[in-house]
Structure formats: structure tokens, C-alpha cells
Design a protein around this ligand. Structure first.
Ligand code: FES
Length: 104
């Protein structure tokens, strides 16, 4: 698996999304409960960016109509979204944030 460096881990606070791009895919990285999660930056309801989304209890909340998604699984937890967000593996190493990809 290859990994892409998307920024400094020090710049990523708890529950504040960091926008990033890996191989042309826009995504957001979120720190929650000591873990890093990465999901595609497109709400599955109507395409809203999640870069300014709020995060509560490891759920990311779409700023347009309020759908909640599980950061761990991408599952849509509340209407009006029903399709899951695509998720990516993310980790911290030597003070940097790494996200899986691009595909080899
Ligand atoms: S665009 Fe995200 S809930 Fe509607």
C-alpha cells in the first residue's frame, strides 16, 4: 500500500476537518478520540463539501442538510443521506498525516 503525506499532524485539532487531496480525490481527515479518519469530501445526499462540517461523537455532520455519517465506517446514520461515504485509511507518523493511496 502506498501512502500520501497530506500535512502536519500538529495542524489537525480534535474534531476539525482537514481538507486534502490524494490522487485527484478530495477528502477530509478528522481526528476523533485519538484516531485519524479520512472520508471522501462529497456528501452522498447532494454533493456538499464536508470541509467545514462539524464533528460530534466521531460523526461528521453535513453542513447543508444535516445528515450524520459515521467516520469509522462512512455509514449514513440519518436522513436525508442514505448512501455511505467512502472511507480511507489514515495514520500519523513522525508528525505527519498519511492517507492511503494512490493505488499502486
Ligand atoms: S447535501 Fe449533505 S445532507 Fe444534503
Amino acid at each position: 500500500m502506498s501512502w500520501t503525506d497530506v500535512g502536519s499532524a500538529a495542524a489537525l485539532g480534535e474534531a476539525a476537518p482537514l481538507s486534502a487531496e490524494v490522487a485527484g480525490v478530495h477528502l477530509v481527515v478528522v481526528r476523533c478520540g485519538g484516531e485519524l479518519y479520512a472520508v471522501e469530501d462529497i456528501c452522498t445526499h447532494d454533493g456538499e463539501s464536508l470541509g467545514e462540517a462539524q464533528v460530534e461523537d466521531c460523526q461528521i455532520i453535513c453542513p447543508r442538510h444535516g445528515a450524520h455519517f459515521c467516520l469509522r465506517t462512512g455509514e449514513a446514520l440519518t436522513p436525508p443521506a442514505y448512501e455511505p461515504l467512502r472511507t480511507y485509511r489514515a495514520r500519523e507518523q513522525d508528525g505527519r498525516i498519511l492517507v492511503e493511496g494512490p493505488p499502486e
